[in-house]
Design a protein around this ligand. Structure first.
Ligand code: ZN
Ligand code: ZN
Length: 1013
């Protein structure tokens, strides 16, 4: 039993009715904010009773224990008098957990209330259900929205008395809540409620309907409600609370509040009862035992070992010392750390997917560093060949499960989840919740709306708000820091003082939704640990990733990747056309034709992770010839290495790498010990694994320190934290004979390089997918185009891919009522648009058209396809019927035959664009003909004819994608104070210039940018 701590009780009262940020836009205060305050005022226990959900429970529980405060878990339920009448008036009721049995009952009540049939705008419960499941629960009558109080307010004390009698005789642990309500008419009914309880001899508890932590926060609750109801702050009629003191009061403050309203009544018992209730509670949060297979440890070990050995044989690694040694090392560690079940679950899952025609990514993240994963075919990356580290995957010093992240074809993720449910039991598999928070920019948007801020101010402000990643210690202070660091923000703050409120919302919760990839699998039914919410057809549990981890659940990351869907579709199309079954996992990674593709910057569009502008530029300059270089490009085209300076050479790391690759500057490392570590990366450190090796091999550091440093790097926690390890590093390096100067050089290189360093396991794994897409593009371009365009979600990308497709001389045939298929299809050597490419024509209509093909004429079509007039109209506009005589019919009249068009088929360019983006030809010159004629006096040369060696030429094209960046912008988005610019030197500009036939990437160097600006 968790005892109430009697040593430091300063305040003999505790709150039993309280809303946190988990009441979503109806409560302000994270668990730690409330509990901090509770500790300050010295109350021994504190309850959490959010509206309709219990998602805050575990965090509350944990935070309370950390602070030596007794946690009380509960929920404020919405009670409906009649489940069948969705419009019947709801009431509020507060329920607290007394013991473990009560907790399971509470979980059941919450789960029931979220079932689709019980949910109407809110999760609904009935009093009958509560009575049935009351064991181990303490029931409080509720706030001013309780049934009792509503009866009193409608001057029906008879009904109120009956309700109280009913509850008191049917519920074992029943208390009447009494709150210091100071507004009219509620305050008039405090005394009648008090007197009724005395008459009926029901115990009272004094509660406050807390919605925020401190006295001054009432305005934040108002703002939250305004955001929630999408109202305006200057609307006098907007919904807000009638009272402004719903904060965490001390007993004294509570007593004073009552005294002001009902001085004649004595509430001593009502206060003392809160402590009595707290003491009654005997509850410990249930923890899960990780899922395990029902065979003995010995059998598990044998099974996994057998699979590893057969992998060794299959891959012909037997007898090769490095592989045998590595396998033994990894396997022993997996056994020692008791990860057997985890590996067995994943092996089973990935094997099932692979044998059920679901494409699985080669690997993702650190698991690529494991040979065992490769042998088990969880991953398809050989860690030895690629020099990947196992220690990046399993932290030798920690017991928690490693993270095997797996990408599946996006479209088939639901199948994967279904398989898990079938295998382990539907009630044992659940989707984790995720909570979105209020963030800098979105808060400014909210404020702009509710306060009617001028548009320009809102946009400008949003553009300067600092952005920070989740790992940053000041993630929830971006608004505060922006207002402190930027003059423009300071000015706005003076003109619009209410903006000062904005910072308080950062980090508070906005919404709950299901975690796209996080699934837990338990040994027992999930409702023993958490509630299950049904939300728009899907289910989500009341725990998030972090909670599940701490409670001991096994989490599986079932990630979806759209590119895998494209690749799988292309493989299907290839099989259909050629009969060939391609073993994509085992493509040789040294095909020179593929590297020719990567060297040609025009081939990069639509290539996984290679179609961005900066990566295009880096790739062109490095001109990759090996897989190692492909992976390096992936790491080198990120902002860190592209702009972060090498301290010695004073050039960005990426530039140094390129210069060495091109032989322009010599190879040099700070010490010869770094040579083997950086031999494959031009003497530059670009991967986290290299940082780890340097720490180990140069600094002689322990795995424990190395693991910590690695974590600091990957969360970009800043150089300061990193520097704590310098002494250890120096001691180790000195033993290896390095001089102080050398140590300093290596260390400072590590601090700059290290903070940009990328996870090599991930870089290699994802570069394999890049390689796959290039392979498809080179060998099966038409299948590749068809698959890509039908999977891509971004319209711009689709249109661009289509441009490339046309430039490479592939045609895109238009919609043809007899030749088109449901979606984009291959027609001879080219592609043909499908019916679903037309907006508002869905799968069903397309299906109908296709099954009844071919059609003789429009009459025939109307008769047999049986689709709506609107759809025919759209088809007609897109020219679908042109091949069967269009939509005209001949009408015989008194004066002879008259030809009439049954459907509208005139269409403008813009309309066409709206109906079917892909159907629009890429034709710049055509579109700009008049403009060019009028404005350009000289001869225009085409981009494809440009020869850089010929000196100046006049090119005509349109600027398609510009990318204006300077250091200030870079610094802003990384959440740092911008460095002063020297002579405007760091400004530059990149853009893509294109015409019908071709495109080029133009880079204006800092010098020229300055000159031309
Ligand atoms: Zn309420
Ligand atoms: Zn409440």
């Amino acid at each position: 039993m968790i005892k109430t701590n009697t040593n430091n009780i300063k305040d003999n009262y505790c709150h039993l009715h309280l809303h946190t940020t988990f009441s979503f836009q109806d409560g302000l205060g994270l668990p730690k904010q409330y509990i901090q305050r509770c500790k300050e005022i010295g109350q021994p226990a504190i309850a959490i009773t959010d509206h309709g959900n219990i998602s805050g429970h575990f965090k509350w529980y944990e935070e309370c224990l950390k602070n030596d405060i007794k946690p009380i878990l509960g929920c404020e339920f919405y009670i409906t008098p009649d489940r069948n009448d969705t419009k019947s008036k709801r009431y509020h009721m507060t329920i607290l957990v007394k013991n473990s049995e009560g907790y399971r009952n509470l979980l059941q009540l919450v789960t029931e209330s979220w079932k689709e049939e019980n949910f109407y705008r809110k999760p609904l419960t009935t009093i009958e259900d509560i009575i049935k499941l009351q064991k181990g629960l303490i029931v409080l009558s509720g706030c001013s929205s309780s049934k009792v109080f509503k009866a009193l307010e409608s001057i029906n004390s008879q009904a109120a008395e009956e309700e109280l009698k009913f509850l008191n005789s049917n519920i074992d642990d029943f208390y009447v809540e009494i709150m210091p309500m100071s507004y009219d008419p509620a305050k008039k009914f405090i005394a009648p409620l008090y007197n009724l309880t005395k008459k009926l001899n029901i115990p009272l508890v004094a509660t406050m309907d807390c919605h925020y932590v401190t006295k001054d926060q009432s305005i934040y609750q108002e703002i939250l409600l305004c955001i929630q109801t999408n109202d305006q702050m200057n609307n006098p009629k907007r919904w807000k609370f009638d009272q402004t003191d719903f904060y965490l009061k001390t007993r004294k403050e509570m007593e004073q509040s009552f005294k002001k309203i009902v001085p004649e009544l004595n509430f001593t018992e009502a206060f003392d009862n809160t402590i009595k209730i707290a003491e009654m509670i005997d509850f410990k949060f249930p923890t899960a035992s990780p899922i395990s297979f029902s065979i003995s440890e010995k059998e598990k070990k044998e099974k996994l070992y057998e699979m590893c050995i057969s992998g060794m044989k299959e891959k012909e690694f037997v007898g090769k010392e490095v592989y045998e040694k590595r396998m033994k090392y990894e396997f022993d560690l997996i056994v020692k750390k008791k990860f057997l079940d985890y590996f067995l679950i994943f092996t089973d899952l990935v094997h099932w997917a692979k044998s059920n025609n679901i494409l699985v990514g080669p690997a993702r993240g650190s698991s690529a560093g494991s040979l065992v994963c490769y042998l088990l075919r969880i991953t398809e990356v050989d860690p030895i060949i690629h020099g990947l580290m196992f220690e990046r995957f399993i932290d030798i010093n920690r017991e928690d499960l490693p993270d095997i992240d797996v990408d599946f074809e996006d479209r088939k993720r639901p199948e994967v989840k279904k398989y898990l449910e079938k295998k382990y039991g539907k009630n044992k598999v659940g989707q984790l919740a995720t909570f979105s928070t209020f963030k800098g920019k979105s808060i400014i948007s909210d404020f702009s709306r509710i306060y009617g801020l001028p548009y320009v101010v809102g946009t400008k402000l949003k553009s300067i708000i600092i952005e920070r990643s989740g790992g940053d210690s000041r993630t929830s202070f971006t608004i505060e820091d922006t207002f402190e660091q930027f003059d423009l923000a300071k000015e706005y703050l003076q003109t619009y003082p209410f903006l000062a409120y904005a910072k308080r919302f950062e980090g508070q919760l906005r919404n709950m939704s299901s975690h796209a990839s996080g699934i837990i699998v338990a040994n027992e039914p999930l409702t023993n640990f958490c509630a299950i919410y049904q939300q728009r057809g899907s289910t989500v549990i009341s725990l998030d990733y972090e909670d599940a981890n701490k409670l001991g659940f096994v989490k599986l990351d079932i990630l979806g990747l759209n590119t895998l869907t494209s690749v799988a579709k292309a493989l299907d199309l290839i099989k259909k056309r050629t009969g060939k079954e391609i073993d994509i996992y085992n493509l040789p990674l040294d095909d020179p034709k593929i590297y020719e593709g990567f060297k040609n910057s025009k081939k990069l569009f639509g290539i996984f992770q290679f179609d961005g502008q900066s990566v295009n530029q880096v790739c062109r300059e490095i001109a990759p010839e090996t897989f190692e270089e492909l992976s390096a490009i992936n790491a080198l085209s990120r902002p860190g290495p592209m702009h972060g300076l090498d301290t010695e050479l004073n050039e960005p790391i990426t530039t140094v790498y390129i210069a060495r690759k091109q032989g322009k500057i010599p190879w040099k490392t700070a010490h010869k010990l770094l040579e083997p570590i950086t031999k494959d990366t031009q003497g530059v450190i670009i991967y986290q694994e290299q940082v780890m090796r340097t720490m180990r091999e140069v600094g002689n550091m322990s795995w424990k320190d190395t693991a910590q440093i690695r974590k600091l790097i990957s969360r970009s926690m800043g150089v300061e934290r990193f520097n704590d390890f310098k002494i250890k590093f120096s001691i180790g390096a000195k033993k290896k004979g390095l001089t102080d100067l050398e140590i300093n050089n290596i260390w400072s290189a590590m601090c700059t390089f290290g903070s940009w360093a990328f996870n090599k396991s991930h870089s290699v794994s994802y570069s394999i997918i890049s390689y796959w897409t290039m392979w498809l593009k080179i060998y099966y371009p038409i299948e590749y185009y068809a698959a890509m365009t039908s999977t891509m979600l971004n319209e711009n990308k689709i249109r661009n891919l289509n441009k490339i497709n046309l430039r490479e001389d592939y045609k895109l045939y238009y919609i043809n009522i007899n030749k088109s298929k449901k979606s984009l299809s291959i027609d001879g050597k080219n592609l043909r648009l499908g019916f679903t490419q037309i907006k508002s024509i869905g799968e069903l209509v397309a299906e109908k058209i296709v099954t009844n093909q071919p059609y003789k004429n429009i009459d025939d079509f109307e008769k047999r396809a049986k689709i709506g007039k609107r759809a025919i109209n759209l088809l007609s506009k897109m020219g679908a019927f042109d091949s069967i005589g269009g939509t005209t019919i001949v009408i015989r009249t008194l004066f002879g035959d008259e030809i009439k068009n049954k459907y509208e088929n005139k269409i403008t360019f813009e309309e066409k664009l709206k109906i079917c983006t892909l159907a629009v030809n890429f034709n710049i010159i055509e579109k700009w003909k008049d403009f060019l004629k009028k404005n350009i006096k000289w001869k225009i040369s085409k981009i494809e004819q440009v020869n850089p060696k010929n000196g100046t030429e006049t090119i005509m094209g349109i600027v398609y994608d510009k990318n204006l960046k300077d250091k200030i912008e870079e610094a802003l988005t990384r959440g740092k104070i911008p460095p002063p610019i020297k002579n405007g030197q760091s400004k530059y500009c990149n853009f893509i210039l294109e015409d019908d036939a071709d495109f080029i990437i133009v880079r204006i160097s800092p010098q020229n940018f300055q000159r031309l600006n």
